[in-house]
Ligand binder design. Structure first.
Ligand code: MN
Length: 179
């Protein structure tokens, strides 16, 4: 179970923060955030995760791209939500001062210091991102994305059985896009 009013608050905050942003498939960005939240909610229910942890996981799912992609800061999230939520979103934010190559590994290292309910959001994010790749991606980019997804799963698989199984299936099915 989770708290509906907390979902609504995080959803409204994220929708306002992301404004007119679009996904790589040109949909309103909120479709990405609600899809990630949906995966997390499903896993919370399946795992019978306690309400407090579910609320944190679901709020962080809705907010997970705010620091990376909008004007929202750690302090904004701390003030509006909580220390756990601000720290969770920050751990899910890539450090843009590092090279592209180092960003994922460094982010995973930070995530491994976070509770399982935060790590779950990374698996859910990748599950949602393993839909059909955008037309602009070449075969090398698709291949690397597949490899990177396997790396994420291998590092974070212990956080939730249902999400790790679902990500494993998504990774296996993604092979059809590799040329
Ligand atoms: Mn995302």
């Amino acid at each position: 179970m989770f708290t509906q009013d907390k979902y609504q608050k995080a959803l409204n905050f994220a929708a306002k923060a992301h404004g007119e942003q679009k996904t790589t498939n040109e949909l309103p960005y909120i479709t990405h955030l609600t899809s990630v939240a949906m995966e997390v909610m499903h896993a919370c229910e399946e795992s019978k995760l306690e309400v407090k942890k579910s609320d944190i996981a679901i709020s962080v799912a809705l907010l997970h791209d705010t620091i990376e992609d909008t004007e929202i800061t750690y302090d904004d999230l701390y003030t509006e939500f909580s220390a756990e939520i601000a720290e969770g979103v920050e751990a899910l934010t890539k450090d843009s001062t590092l090279s592209k190559k180092d960003q994922m590994a460094e982010s995973i290292n930070r995530l491994l210091t976070q509770p399982y309910e935060i790590q779950m959001v990374k698996l859910a994010d990748r599950i949602v991102n393993l839909q059909k790749p955008p037309k602009s991606w070449d075969s090398l980019k698709i291949l690397n994305y597949h490899k990177e997804s396997k790396f994420i799963l291998s590092c974070l698989k212990n956080c939730n059985l249902f999400l790790s199984k679902r990500l494993e299936d998504k990774i296996n099915n993604y092979i059809v896009y590799i040329k």
